[in-house]
Design a protein around this ligand. Structure first.
Ligand SMILES: *Cc1c(COP(=O)(O)O)cnc(C)c1O
Length: 413
C-alpha cells in the first residue's frame, strides 16, 4: 500500500495535510499493483468529470472550452465531448484530435495567436469559426482566408478574438509578453475586424496556475472600460468575451476553490457589464486534469556529493525531459508521496531526472524533505501531474521512452 506523506516541517513551502490533493481509491489501487513499468501517468476520469461539472457550475453560464494542450488524451476529450464541453485548440493536430473525439468544428476555438495562413485555411475548411489574434498581420491572414471563401463562408459567422496583454502577476506559470497586445491596439484591430464583417471577441489569459482570483477582476475592468467603451463609441459591440484559463491544480501552495474564482469573476462581470455582458467563455486546461493524475516513478540512485553534504541527491526515472518541464525554474511544485509512513524521519534532498543533461534537475533551490530511508528501487508518486506532462515529454532523449499514460474510465452511475 502506498502511504501518502506530507513533506516534513523543513521549509516555508511545506503544505498541511489538508492542502495535499487526495488521490482516489482507484488510483491508489492501480499504483499499489506496481504492475506497470515506471515512469507512467495514471489519470482517474471520474476526477476529470467531477472537476468539469464543478467548474461549470461555479462559472454560471460561461461556456467551457477545454485547452487541449493540457492533456489531449482521447479518453479525456471524449468524456468532455459527452458533457457538451467545447475546445481551445492551437494547431491542425489539435483540431484533428478534438474532431476525432467527436467534437463539432463549431465548438472549437483556434486560440493560438500565431497561425500559418494554410493552418487558418485548414481550420476554416473544417468548420472552425473562432480565431484569436493579437496583431494586424494575423488579423489580415484571417480576413485573407475568408476572402478566398467568399461564396462559402459568411464572415459574420466568424468571431475574431483579439487577445490583450496580461502581466500574469499572481500566477506560477505566467503567459505574459509573448501573447496579446495593448488595449489601444486591440480597439483599432477590432474596428478593422468589424469593417471586414467579422464578429468581435476579446480574449485574455491571466497566467496559468493563477492563485489570485482578482486577476480576472482587473482584466475584466480593463476590457469593459478601456476596450468596450471606445468600441461602443465607434458603433461596435463585443459578441464574446473569453476569460481564458488559469484555474489551478493542487500543488504545494494552497489555492482558492473554484467557487471563489467563480464568485469573483461573476461579480466582476456584473459590476463592469451589467445586463449587457457579451457571451462568456472560459478555457480551463490545468484545473480539469491536474489533480486527476498521478505519476509513479522509481528512485534510480540516492547519493551525496561529499561526506560533508547536508542533503542527498535523489535521481528519479523521470525528469524535465520525461514530462516534468513545468519544474523549470521550480515553477510548479508537485506534492510527493513515498512508500514510507509519516513517522519515518526526513531530510532535505535535491530531486533530479535520469538524463545526461545537467539542466535535468527538478528541485534544487527548494530542498524537498524526503524520508532518509529512501533507496534505489523505491517507487514514489508525484501527485497532481495530470496536466502538462504527457505532452511535454521528449520523444526519446537519451533513449528514454516518452511518458506512458493510463486512463481509468468513468465509473457507471
Ligand atoms: C494554455 C491555454 C489555456 C489553458 O490554461 P490553464 O492555465 O491550463 O487553464 C487557455 N487558453 C489558452 C489560449 C491557452 O494557451
Amino acid at each position: 500500500m502506498v502511504h501518502r506523506r506530507c513533506p516534513g516541517p523543513l521549509t516555508a513551502f511545506v503544505p498541511t495535510a489538508s492542502t495535499l490533493p487526495a488521490t482516489t481509491a482507484r488510483l491508489e489501487a492501480f499504483l499499489a499493483a506496481e504492475s506497470v513499468d515506471t515512469p507512467f501517468l495514471v489519470v482517474d476520469l471520474d476526477v476529470v468529470q467531477e472537476r468539469y461539472l464543478r467548474l461549470a457550475a461555479a462559472l454560471g453560464n460561461a461556456e467551457l472550452f477545454y485547452a487541449v494542450k493540457a492533456n489531449p488524451a482521447p479518453e479525456i476529450l471524449e468524456l468532455l465531448v459527452r458533457h457538451g464541453c467545447q475546445f481551445d485548440v492551437a494547431s491542425p493536430g489539435e483540431i484533428d484530435m478534438a474532431l476525432a473525439a467527436g467534437a463539432d468544428a463549431a465548438q472549437l476555438s483556434y486560440g493560438n495567436t500565431m497561425k500559418k495562413l494554410r493552418d487558418i485555411a485548414y481550420a476554416m475548411d473544417r468548420g472552425v469559426r473562432y480565431f484569436a489574434f493579437d496583431a494586424l498581420e494575423e488579423l489580415d491572414k484571417i480576413i485573407e482566408v475568408l476572402a478566398a471563401r467568399r461564396d462559402t463562408v459568411d464572415p459574420g459567422e466568424v468571431i475574431a478574438f483579439c487577445r490583450i496583454l496580461c502581466d500574469g502577476a499572481g500566477s506560477d506559470w505566467p503567459l505574459s509578453r509573448k501573447f496579446g497586445c495593448d488595449v489601444d491596439q486591440a480597439v483599432e484591430l477590432l474596428v478593422r475586424a468589424a469593417e471586414a464583417g467579422l464578429g468581435l471577441g476579446v480574449c485574455f489569459h491571466v497566467g496559468s496556475q493563477q492563485r489570485n482570483p482578482h486577476a480576472w477582476h482587473d482584466a475584466l475592468q480593463v476590457v469593459a472600460q478601456q476596450l468596450c467603451a471606445p468600441l461602443a463609441a465607434a458603433g461596435h459591440r463585443l459578441e464574446a468575451l473569453n476569460i481564458g484559463g488559469g484555474f489551478p491544480g493542487s500543488y504545494l501552495s494552497g489555492v482558492p476553490t473554484p467557487e471563489e474564482y467563480g464568485s469573483v469573476i461573476l461579480a466582476a462581470v456584473r459590476e463592469f457589464f451589467g445586463d449587457h455582458a457579451p457571451r462568456l467563455i472560459a478555457e480551463p486546461g490545468r484545473y480539469l486534469v491536474a489533480d486527476a493524475g498521478v505519476i509513479q516513478t522509481e528512485v534510480v540512485l540516492v547519493a551525496r556529493k561529499s561526506v560533508h553534504d547536508q542533503h542527498r541527491w535523489v535521481y528519479l526515472d523521470i525528469g524535465l525531459f520525461g514530462g516534468l518541464a513545468e519544474c523549470l525554474g521550480e515553477a510548479i511544485k508537485y506534492p510527493i508521496a513515498t512508500p514510507y509512513d509519516a513517522t519515518s524521519p526526513v531530510g532535505p534532498a535535491v530531486l533530479a531526472g535520469p538524463t545526461c543533461d545537467s539542466v535535468d534537475v527538478l528541485y534544487e533551490e527548494y530542498k524537498y524533505p524526503l524520508p532518509l530511508a529512501l533507496v534505489a528501487g523505491d517507487r514514489i508518486e508525484l501527485l497532481s501531474t495530470g496536466a502538462y506532462t504527457t505532452t511535454y515529454s521528449a520523444v526519446a532523449f537519451n533513449g528514454f521512452a516518452p511518458l506512458a499514460s493510463y486512463y481509468l474510465p468513468v465509473s457507471e452511475d
